[in-house]
Design a protein around this ligand. Structure first.
Ligand code: ADP
Length: 177
């Protein structure tokens, strides 16, 4: 991100975050209860670099963020090396796993690969502040919440695309210093 380009104060995180209104909802993983197969399908069906982990679909409370590549490696390893991990095994990002019913395959614990404090802003955060944080912390992505509920995600590329759009449409809305 080039430091000379600044957003006008009018642009908010909600204007840049994904999903847009017409997009499919954010792809998230729940902290307990998803099967190995469900997570593998999510990986196959999408190309996102990472997935927010939430308490539940209903609550949309953010627990952490997990990178796609770490998920792929961990599931592959577990399938090869960990006794009994199969498609129906449950994946847990929680500290403790629920006791599995008898005859259930052993769970797969993946808390260790989750970023427990992904950077978040609210949907009303001004984009010039978001850009500043991206630069200073070298972020690749940041999550957007509203009243503690996960709403969306902003990647570095989303910001660059938005900057380019603004530059084409309305050069005066970017402040050059
Ligand atoms: P990049 O923006 O560098 O291509 P990604 O491939 O992770 O990074 O994201 C592609 C697009 O999808 C971006 O616009 C981003 O905001 C959005 N996105 C990223 N992760 C998710 C997700 N888990 N669910 C829905 N959309 C996402």
């Amino acid at each position: 991100l080039e430091p000379k380009e600044e957003f006008s104060h009018k642009t908010l995180a909600m204007d840049v975050m994904r999903p847009r209104h017409s997009d499919p909802p954010l792809s998230v993983i729940t902290q307990d209860g998803m099967s190995v197969e469900e997570v593998e399908n999510l990986i196959l069906d999408t190309s996102y670099s990472g997935f927010p982990v939430v308490v539940s679909h209903e609550s949309q409370r953010l627990v952490g963020f997990v990178l796609r590549r770490d998920l792929i490696i961990s599931i592959e390893n577990a399938r090869q090396r960990q006794e009994g991990v199969v498609s129906t095994s449950r994946i847990f990002f929680t500290e403790y796993t629920l006791p599995q019913p008898p005859n259930f395959p052993p769970p797969l614990k993946l808390r260790g690969i989750m970023d427990l404090s992904p950077f978040t802003v609210t949907d009303h955060t001004a984009m010039d502040i978001v850009v500043d944080i991206f630069r200073k912390l070298g972020l690749r992505q940041c999550l957007v919440t509203h009243n503690g509920r996960l709403l969306g995600i902003i990647t570095k590329k989303d910001i660059l695309k938005h900057m380019a759009q603004i530059a084409n449409r309305d050069p005066d809305s970017i402040l050059f210093n």
